[in-house]
Write a protein that binds this ligand. Structure first.
Ligand code: SF4
Ligand code: SF4
Ligand code: SF4
Length: 275
């Protein structure tokens, strides 16, 4: 059961302490997160930026990331961005906005390998060592699975809009063909779109269906019965990649950067989202 993930290594312990400091600063929001009422606005500040996989703790990351953009150049999903001038701190540093594009947890973590300074820790080269944060529910009542609503073409439209590797024709027609001549990057991104297409017209369970945690995504997220419908349950193995955040049509989920399962779900068990 992915014991490695929860082992309190010095690195994880530091991340956890850093997170708790942040949570203290944010007052009651930690409890609010577990109760599903943490608003999207609370994720805008650079203090709460989701960093690429393998990122060292927040303070060291800000000093070690030299804003070279090597990680984003090798990311086949175009998940990584560089902080702009409005980012409050760490202008030019690498981050991920899961509302636009999550991290698909590439097998060899090319972003980590490309980082020349170790701001993305080179030891974090396997999924068991990557912990970016923890998914939480921020808008429970919007979940389509609760009411058994189907995924419509319009609902997945924003994913097409954020995907740069397809042609305008494909974007408009929402039909995606993988050609022999496609680059690996195109194949990977088109595969996500094809999986989305397959779920069009079906009841929404996108977050659980497309979670990239391997080898068993059900260790990270699963659908459970709730109020006569279904609802996603975030589980211990979640690494906070943000793919469920990106793909959810109704913005039910978010990721708390650097947080662990214990920080969010065990400390606030009375307010569990899954109750
Ligand atoms: S693991 Fe892959 S998808 Fe995720 S940030 Fe790195 S290169 Fe991009
Ligand atoms: S539940 Fe899966 S998709 Fe969502 S953040 Fe966790 S690992 Fe990523
Ligand atoms: S993606 Fe998940 S959280 Fe979002 S509406 Fe569908 S089932 Fe609910």
């Amino acid at each position: 059961m992915h014991e490695k993930e929860n082992k309190m290594t010095p690195k994880n312990d530091k991340k956890r302490r850093q997170f708790m400091k942040q949570m203290t600063g944010l007052g009651v929001l930690g409890i609010a997160a577990a109760g599903g009422i943490w608003g999207a606005k609370d994720f805008k500040g650079s203090q709460n930026r989701l960093r690429p996989p393998g990122a060292v703790d927040k303070d060291r990351f800000l000093s070690m990331c030299i804003k070279c953009g090597q990680c984003l150049q090798v990311c086949p999903y175009d998940a990584i961005k560089l902080e702009d001038i409005d980012g409050e701190a760490g202008v030019g540093t690498a981050y991920i906005n899961p509302l636009e594009r999550g991290c698909y947890l590439c097998e060899a973590f090319p972003c980590v390998l490309a980082c020349p300074t170790g701001a993305l820790d080179h030891e974090a080269n396997v999924i068991e060592k990557v912990h970016m944060g923890m998914a939480i529910v921020v808008n429970e009542s919007a979940c389509l699975a609760l009411t058994g609503e189907a995924v419509t073409k319009e609902m997945i439209g924003h994913i097409y809009d954020h995907t740069q590797v397809i042609s305008e024709t494909e974007r408009v027609a929402r039909k995606v063909e993988i050609a022999d001549t496609d680059s690996e990057k195109m194949v990977l991104q088109k595969t996500v779109l094809q999986k989305l297409n397959e779920r069009e017209g079906k009841n929404c369970t996108l977050c659980a269906d497309l979670c990239p945690f391997t080898p068993d995504a059900s260790l990270a997220i699963g659908m459970i019965d709730k109020n006569g419908g279904l609802f996603p349950e975030i589980r211990e193995a979640c690494v906070g990649c943000g793919v469920c955040v990106e793909l959810c049509p109704t913005k039910v989920l978010q990721v708390v950067p650097y947080a662990t399962y214990a920080d969010i779900y065990q400390k606030n068990k009375g307010a569990s989202h899954a109750s």
